[in-house]
Design a protein around this ligand. Structure first.
Ligand SMILES: Nc1nc2c(ncn2[C@@H]2O[C@H](COP(=O)(O)OP(=O)(O)OP(=O)(O)O)[C@@H](O)[C@H]2O)c(=O)[nH]1
Ligand SMILES: [Mg+2]
Length: 429
């Protein structure tokens, strides 16, 4: 065969073979590509399910909580902060991704739970008018007994003794009661009268004198030149009303447009800090508290003072655990709380909270607390009950510190400045 023919045949075979291979490969690729295509959309679909789940859960999760006091980062609340806070939480709410077609099964995000609105504490004038009426209306065994004696036409020797006994029973104190009656009798001899109406008026004047109308009963925090933050420490035996009064006091300041911070230095009972936090939360006041039970109360006080200073609060109120005045170690602890607080801020006020129903026993408490930590004022609580309140006279007389506030009920705004005229009129009513 001719060589040229052979070469031609070989070339034709090679060309056919190449064309056949190319056709085969191309046709194979076309089939394989169609089979693997769904991988991307599938993974895309599963991604959108996950996304919609996330969106739903973030939509349903509660709005960010107010920073816990332990972190101490919460700013001291100013009234009106509530509205700002709500707005902030609304704007920072995660936005739902706009991809409706990719998330057929995604539930609509639940709206974030609305934050409870902050309470606006009662204003001072309204509170005082309400509490005056309440005090006047409360039954007063002391006043009734005096009224019965002084309603007589003429006062006999026994009547004078009864007046003294009634004063004693009202916790005015033995010394003050005896002195009061002696003076009244002397006056009545000098004026030659034992007319009960006159004696009654004389008693009113003397009682007012004893209770003291000229004392400055303002809280140190509101006096000119007060420190800022002004620190108040609440002290007293168990159950007198320290925490309740701290909460009520915070409301008084909030009503006065002051920024307030609370310090939960009662680490003795686990629930004590929660109790304080409940008070604070209602009016948007942050609480500095220990992050574990049984922590050193002095370290909480230190921390609270540091935070109040850092956040430039107007007032810091530190609640302490109730303690019996005869437990020396517990009384020493109070001294430590004060010293440690003073490493950060001067302490302007130590309020001794006395339960008016404990009567003269309150005097023993007052003396020991005054020695242990020094007190600048007394809060007389539970005067709304059957309390006699005469302890006002003895506590001021013995300690030289004024009764500054009175607790007149368990309501959140049942705390009033002590008003001597109203108090004495209440006794004699
Ligand atoms: N009626 C009346 N109850 C009051 C008053 N102040 C406080 N209380 C009640 O007294 C009880 C004790 O109050 P708390 O504030 O827990 O007393 P506390 O001194 O902090 O108690 P401890 O921390 O356990 O020492 C609570 O039931 C208060 O509601 C008041 O002025 N009038
Ligand atoms: Mg308490």
């Amino acid at each position: 065969m001719d060589t040229n023919v052979i070469i031609g045949i070989v070339a034709a075979v090679v060309v056919i073979a190449v064309v056949a291979i190319v056709w085969f490969v191309v046709s194979r690729r076309g089939k394989g590509g169609a089979a693997g295509a769904p991988a991307v959309p599938a993974s895309g679909a599963s991604g959108s399910v996950a996304d919609s789940g996330l969106a739903a859960s973030s939509g349903a999760s509660p709005a960010p909580e107010r920073p816990q006091a332990a972190s101490g980062t919460a700013p001291a609340a100013r009234p009106g902060a509530a509205a700002t806070e709500t707005r902030e939480s609304e704007t920072s709410e995660p936005k739902t991704p706009a991809s409706p077609t990719a998330q057929p099964a995604a539930p609509a995000p639940a709206p974030a739970p609305a934050k409870p609105a902050l309470e606006r504490p009662e204003t001072a004038p309204s509170r005082i008018a309400r509490l005056r009426a309440k005090l006047a209306a409360s039954s007063n065994p002391f006043g009734k007994a005096l009224f019965n004696i002084l309603a007589k036409d003429h006062l006999s020797e026994t009547d004078w003794e009864d007046v003294e006994d009634t004063l004693l029973l009202a916790d005015v104190g033995a010394e003050a009661s005896a002195q009061l009656v002696d003076e009244l009798r002397t006056d009545s001899r000098i004026t030659g009268t034992s007319d009960p109406a006159q004696v009654r008026e004389a008693l009113r004047v003397k009682l007012l004198d004893l209770v003291g109308t000229g004392m400055d009963r303002r809280l140190n925090a509101v006096k000119e030149g007060a420190n800022r933050p002004s620190v108040i420490i609440m002290v007293g035996v168990n159950g007198t009303g320290k925490t309740t009064t701290a909460g009520k006091l915070a409301r008084l300041f909030v009503a006065d447009d002051k920024s307030v911070m609370l310090g939960a230095a009662d680490t003795f009972r686990a629930a004590a800090a929660d109790q304080l936090q409940t008070w604070g939360a209602k009016v948007g006041v942050p609480v500095v508290r220990a992050d574990k039970d049984g922590a050193d109360p002095a370290s909480v006080a230190f921390e609270a003072a540091a935070k109040a200073k850092e956040q430039d609060a107007d007032v810091l109120i530190i609640d302490t655990a109730g303690r019996l005045q005869n437990k020396a170690n517990l009384m020493d602890e109070l001294g430590k709380i004060r010293r440690v607080t003073e490493k950060n801020l001067p302490v302007d006020e130590v309020l001794l909270v006395l339960d008016a129903t404990t009567g003269q026993n309150g005097m023993a408490q007052a003396k020991v607390f005054a020695e242990a930590i020094g007190i600048t004022g007394v809060v007389l609580t539970k005067l709304d009950g059957s309390a006699k309140g005469g302890i006002v006279v003895s506590v001021q007389k013995e300690l030289g510190v004024p009764v500054k506030l009175v607790g007149l009920g368990e309501g959140p705004d049942d705390l009033a400045p002590f008003d001597p005229e109203g108090f004495v009129d209440g006794i004699l009513a």
